[in-house]
Design a protein around this ligand. Structure first.
Ligand code: FAD
Ligand code: DLZ
Length: 500
């Protein structure tokens, strides 16, 4: 053997650099299902099953293309348990000239491979490199996604008419904040029946990970590129046109609304960012989707996703320890059970347990917002998000959690905390109508807890937030409450926090 090429669970792309730099005639591929990766946080059962099945299908595709693949299954008696031992044992077996891989998406693994002196090739499945992001960030006072995004629009030519953005504006977000009504004709994502290989994985996961969070079945995710492409086409045809309008909306009985459910395919390599965006642009150019939908969608992928990755590599390893507000409360137990009387949290957490999915506003403005208002330790919040979503990998989850949702980085990523009271949730959802708490009330036992928690949070962190020009109006309102109402709010919040 010349080279031993390691392919990780989130590197399931035929065009990945590790394979491009190798030769099926001379090199062999190593893939391993290992307990360490499956348990370093308690990943959702569906996430583990999804990834193991996608890995097995990918290994088969590689073999069909002529590669020699050593695939170590979790239940293989020789399973080494972790990636380091897998490399060392398989290197001893085959004595390759060198071991190589595409750099991993996570600091922890990158450090481990660096220490082993293994050759790492850049991961070019992104539209910008780490170095380009660092260069863009260098010397800027503020790192705002919007400006980075415009550069990628120019670089890729996506939604550009010559030098100008399509329809004269870079960003149509102001049109994308409509609440939604339940609709019998709402599109549904494509569902895929488990084949024999997936069924075998489901049995394995049921046996080995019974104590992990989440429902394993029904299992309807795609596990091959071919099926992920079908899911992409289906989204573009059925949901993209409304994606923009209802991007921020939440409904109890509609966990997915007009979202694409594509992040898990994109993040493990079954789909590529540019091919998704090109298809979305094509739908727009053919009159099948309006600009606010196409621009809004493309911005999530070439803007937010790339920007988040840039922040991760720019700020790690210290970023994970950021705790701007000094929050130290334990994560409430109901994040694992959904058992709470707050309808919004119950709904978002229950669907997370069932589907390993919640959409962005549920993650940001329900579970994330609540954790920040309660003062939960950001590391506990981070480990929860990393575990419970099928699309979660640290490079994308961590900045979204630490930066965007908890403001624990003190404003590297967001210009102000995404803190909101019950009235935001009421405006954007149908949760409050069926909730035991009254969203209109600020204090008292039956008041929506988000309300007192919100004002209590602002009051508590006045020293850190009141200078922020975007927070000024809220602090003026707080002052207008007067000291008696302020005291009632503090007491209501304290009473509620006692119950957690
Ligand atoms: P859609 O709503 O259809 O959006 C389209 C695509 O845009 C997504 O598939 C995703 O690739 C990309 N995207 C959208 N928003 C973001 C964002 N903020 N950051 C990066 N990419 C984005 N996304 C992950 O992929 N993995 C995570 O682990 C993750 N953790 C998050 C944690 C928190 C606290 C928050 C607030 C957000 C997190 N996100 C994460 C971002 C976003 O919520 C998900 O990408 C999205 O909900 C995935 O569902 P979808 O594919 O239906 O997305
Ligand atoms: C997330 C994950 C899981 C659950 N299991 C494996 C595995 O058994 N083998 C593997 O190679 N990769 C796995 N992964 C993905 C890795 O943890 C991933 O490469 C890092 O999270 C880097 O993004």
């Amino acid at each position: 053997t010349r080279n031993l090429v390691l392919i990780l669970g989130d590197q399931l792309s035929h065009s990945i650099s590790g394979l491009r730099h190798s030769d099926p005639e001379k090199d062999r591929v190593l893939m391993a299902e290992v307990m360490d990766e499956a348990t370093y946080v308690q990943h959702h059962k569906k996430k583990i099953a999804f990834l193991f099945s996608a890995m097995r299908h990918f290994a088969e595709e590689l073999k069909e293309k002529g590669w020699t693949v050593d695939y170590i299954r979790l239940d293989d008696p020789e399973n080494p348990g972790n990636l380091k031992d897998a490399i060392q044992t398989w290197s001893a077996k085959h004595e390759p000239e060198k071991v190589l891989l595409t750099e991993p998406g996570e600091w922890r693994l990158a450090e481990m491979f660096r220490k082993l002196n293994i050759e790492m090739l850049p991961d070019d499945r992104f539209l910008s490199t780490k170095a380009e992001f660092a260069e863009w960030a260098d010397g800027r006072k503020q790192l705002r996604m919007e400006y980075f995004y415009r550069e990628i629009r120019r670089k890729t030519g996506l939604l550009m008419d010559g030098d100008d953005p399509a329809e004269g504006k870079w960003n149509f977000d102001s049109e994308n904040r409509k609440p939604a009504d339940s609709d019998l004709f709402m599109p549904r994502p494509l569902e895929f029946s488990p084949d024999a290989m997936t069924s075998e994985v489901l049995e394995l996961v049921a046996g080995r990970f019974a104590d992990h969070f989440g429902d394993l079945e029904p299992f309807t995710l795609a596990v091959t590129r071919q099926d992920a492409l079908k899911a992409l086409d289906h989204f573009i045809e059925t949901a993209l046109p409304e994606f923009g309008d209802y991007q921020d909306a939440m409904l109890t009985d509609e966990p997915i609304l007009y979202h694409s459910l594509l992040a898990q395919y994109l993040n493990c390599g079954l789909l590529e960012p540019l091919e998704i965006c090109e298809k979305v642009e094509e739908a727009y150019r053919n009159g099948k989707a309006p600009i606010n939908a196409a621009e809004g969608y493309i911005r999530q992928i070439i803007g937010w996703r790339e920007y988040i990755r840039g922040i991760y590599w720019l700020k790690m390893p210290e970023y994970v320890d950021r705790n701007h507000f000094g929050h130290d409360r334990a994560l409430p137990g109901f994040y694992w059970t959904g058992e709470t009387d707050m309808q919004c949290l119950r709904s978002a957490i229950s669907q997370t347990r069932e589907l390993a999915y919640a959409h962005h506003i549920q993650r940001l403005m329900v579970t994330g917002n609540f954790a920040m208002l309660c003062g939960v330790d950001p590391v506990e919040v981070h480990e929860w998000y990393l575990a419970v979503y099928a699309d979660a990998y640290e490079w994308v989850e961590l900045p979204n959690t630490i930066g965007m949702s908890q403001f624990a980085d003190g404003g590297v990523l967001a210009s102000k905390p995404y803190a909101a009271s019950g009235s935001y949730i009421n405006r954007m959802s149908d949760y409050c109508g069926s909730c035991r708490f009254n969203v209109k009330k600020r204090t008292g036992e039956d008041a929506c807890p988000f309300n007192a928690l919100y004002w209590n949070f602002l009051a508590k962190h006045e020293d850190k937030l009141s200078d922020n020009p975007r927070m000024g109006a809220m602090y003026s309102t707080w002052k207008r409450f007067g000291s008696e109402e302020q005291e009632r709010i503090r007491e209501s919040a304290a009473n509620f926090l006692e119950t957690l």
